[in-house]
Design a protein. Sequence first.
Length: 139
Amino acid sequence: MWSCTPDRCRRLSQASELDPKRGYTALWLDIAGKRSNLPSGLSDAIRQVDMTKWPAPIIRLYLGQMTQEGVLAAADAGDAVIKRGRVCEVNFYTGELALQRGATDEALRLFRLAVADCPRAYTEWWTARVELKALGAKP
């Protein structure tokens, strides 16, 4: 679904060039690139990302520097609205990571959590629904 088609990669790359400090763009480039069997550029991208701000813990998870439990602990900060959004994102992005690793059942579980818990305005909510459909599951 989220492979790196030439147009999609071009747009993601342009977004990264316009705002190289945006961690979310780095994550999406990594996800799309891995689905297209491209080498990860995440370790290079983080040179410009502010790794003291969210979503840095998720990026660290993708780089193998944090565990899922550590990222969930990092998400448990701020008021209830901020925490809800961060936990939503942790569930979605760890679902993507599980999918990359071939752990489909775990990815399904995490995408279902994202659909259940994410605010509907979040990209992760509707993308989790798309992922569930692509995996043959009900959103």
